[in-house]
Design a protein around this ligand. Structure first.
Ligand code: BG6
Ligand code: MG
Length: 218
């Protein structure tokens, strides 16, 4: 844990795959789309999509296959989102990962600002359904940043919005694209998941239930 403990003023959490199991829901919706197009797609291929925005994810699935103009892509992305919305239709507080609410509350109790830095346009809806929206000082609108993860923009916007220096803002992510984005922003990166899938993280915990802000805060 070489970069930890350190002084911190804020924490920027990713949502999908960190606070709730929507990484699975996104995967199932993309898998349904890929199957409908007879494009091979599996969980290993899905790793590269994690953290990547909707149109970027579609581009990764389609690769250089011909016949997908902008209008067709918009239609496919909308279809995937409809299927994703079906997946999360009944989401509620019980769909938070164990310890997720406590992780955010712990940060607040430690006097830190808390931001959400999710690429998902559906994040505000999910936060509200899981009844944790009031715990965040700011939820960055991914449509407001120029470039998605792995670019640093959304994490820089999160730190700026809560008035914290990037070096004093901990980024928490389950995706390799997100860890790259956090580091590009000049922030320390905590990975959540398989260490082999997150080789660049400064430290990795298996699930958010293991999160203790005291482990990172000096
Ligand atoms: C990220 C997910 O949080 O949000 C990606 O890791 C997803 O899988 C991206 O593609 C965009 O989500 P949405 O809800 O805007 O399509
Ligand atoms: Mg994620």
């Amino acid at each position: 844990m070489s970069v930890f403990p350190r002084p911190l003023d804020a924490v920027a959490f990713d949502l999908d795959g960190v606070l709730t199991d929507t990484a699975r829901a996104h995967y199932r919706a993309w898998k349904r789309l890929a199957d409908s197009l007879a494009i091979p797609f599996d969980e290993a291929a899905n790793e590269a999509l994690k953290g990547v925005d909707r149109m970027g994810s579609l581009a990764l699935i389609l690769g250089d296959r011909p016949g997908y103009d902008d209008a067709r892509r918009a239609d496919l992305a909308a279809r995937k989102n409809d299927w994703y919305l079906e997946e999360i239709a009944h989401f509620g507080p019980a769909d938070l990962f164990p310890g997720a609410r406590e992780a955010v509350e712990e940060c607040r109790a430690a006097g830190l600002k808390v931001a959400l830095a999710s690429a998902s346009r559906n994040a505000p809806l999910l936060l509200a359904r899981m009844e944790i929206d009031a715990l965040f000082d700011v939820v960055v609108d991914p449509a407001s940043v120029a470039a998605g993860k792995p670019a640093p923009d959304i994490f820089l916007a999160a730190a700026a919005a809560v008035g914290a220096a990037p070096a004093r803002t901990l980024g928490v992510e389950d995706s390799q694209a997100g860890i790259v984005a956090i580091h590009a922003a000049g922030m320390p990166a905590l990975g959540v998941g398989e260490p082999t899938a997150l080789p660049d993280a400064d430290h990795v915990i298996a699930t958010i239930a293991e999160f203790r802000i005291a482990d990172y805060l000096a």
